[in-house]
Design a protein around this ligand. Structure first.
Ligand code: KG4
Ligand code: ZN
Length: 344
């Protein structure tokens, strides 16, 4: 069988994504974001996101088929995010995928959004090398995990995760403390480039000796967020101006230092030769740079998708669907539902 042609639909949060791939070749990736509609609320409003998906999904499908130069008839399958994510938002993508699966008589595959964030790198760097044990660092708005990857379809083990906030969540919360716009990640990334990362020493969660025994590969960002809030409050109370760029750079350094140190340590502990980076926070310039330095020093091969593929999109769902089809897995039942808390 030639590489499967797969349509992928993503609607777990505030991006309506429709992608089309042939195996690991990207043919189309249309993303319509409702982020602007959430800015004034300082976070994603589920009801607003669901309505936006309803409006965006059909035009996004049309644009994707046009861009890919294929027709529904050519498809080998339809993959859709079935979780984790916002229930009402997921339901829009799943309903569309089910309707198209029935109308076009194409098999339907409900897939895991988190694994999609890992799989998307295949579009840029080709299939994983089964001879090279792989670890993935998944950093998004809702999740922060280290995953040992046997294969993407049925052998993934979570070896570490956050015990409180996700990395992206910490970026978004700290941005709010600094009076910066939502989503905080890209804004802090930009501000940090103008600041001094050594200006303020913020705590590195779960890196004390006793923490490393109990939580060697786990993360914690809630103490860091509180430390930034306290620092800002103290300065404000003293009537001093907040050096926003320095705070952003120092906060970012604390996040990236821990993420990279633990990712490299996990590779060494589990004998992984390749580290794959995925999720919205993987677009972060400092995380990408520091990981490059530290993996090179440790002799680990780094795979990181370009920033545009790191945040939510349909191509990541399509390429995971293609992997599932190539592995010969059975399609999902047409009654496949949304699972908002789906684990990896
Ligand atoms: O993976 P994603 O698009 O959605 C989820 O599945 O959660 O990740 C969104 C998160 C947000 O918290 C956003 O602030 C963060 O990714 N993010 C970034 C950057 N771009 C997006 N964080 C740090 N630096 C960035 N450049
Ligand atoms: Zn995501």
């Amino acid at each position: 069988m030639s590489a499967p042609l797969v349509l992928g639909i993503e609607s777990s949060c505030d991006e309506t994504g429709v992608g089309i791939v042939r195996g690991t070749e990207l043919l189309a990736n249309e993303v319509a974001s409702s982020v602007e509609e959430h800015v004034r609320f300082g976070g994603v409003v589920p009801e607003v996101a669901s309505r936006a998906h309803l409006q965006a999904i059909v035009p996004a499908l049309q644009r994707a088929f046009e861009a890919a130069g294929v027709t529904p008839d050519d498809l080998d399958g339809i993959a859709v995010t079935s979780g984790p994510g916002l229930m009402g938002a997921l339901a829009v993508g799943i309903s569309a995928a089910k309707a198209l699966s029935l109308a076009w008589d194409k098999p339907l595959y409900g897939v895991n959004h988190l694994v999609g964030h890992v799989a998307v790198d295949l579009l840029e760097h080709g299939p994983l090398d089964p001879a090279s044990p792989t670890m993935a660092l998944l950093v998004s708005g809702g999740h922060t995990s280290l995953l040992r990857i046997g294969n993407l379809t049925d052998d993934i083990e979570e070896v570490g995760t956050t015990i409180d906030d996700a990395a992206g969540e910490a970026y978004d919360k700290v941005a709010r403390v600094l009076g910066l716009a939502y989503p905080g990640g890209p804004v802090i990334d930009k501000a940090a480039q103008l600041g001094d990362p050594a200006a303020i020493h913020f705590p590195r969660g779960l890196t004390a000796k006793h923490d490393l025994v109990k939580h060697p590969f786990d993360f914690s960002f809630s103490g860091l967020k509180t430390a930034v809030s306290r620092w800002v409050e103290t300065e404000q109370a003293a009537g001093r101006e907040i050096p926003v760029n320095d705070v952003a750079a120092s906060f970012q350094e604390a996040v990236c230092d821990v993420l990279t140190a633990k990712a490299v340590a996990a590779c060494q502990h589990f004998g992984a030769e390749t580290l794959l980076l995925g999720g919205g926070v993987a677009a972060n310039s400092r995380l990408r740079g520091l990981l490059e330095e530290r993996t090179a020093a440790a002799g680990i091969t780094l795979r990181r998708p370009r920033p545009g593929l790191c945040t939510d999109n349909g191509a990541m769902i399509a390429v995971l669907g293609a992997q599932i089809i190539e592995a010969g897995a059975a399609p999902s039942p047409i009654l496949v539902g949304a699972d908002s808390g789906m684990p990896v």
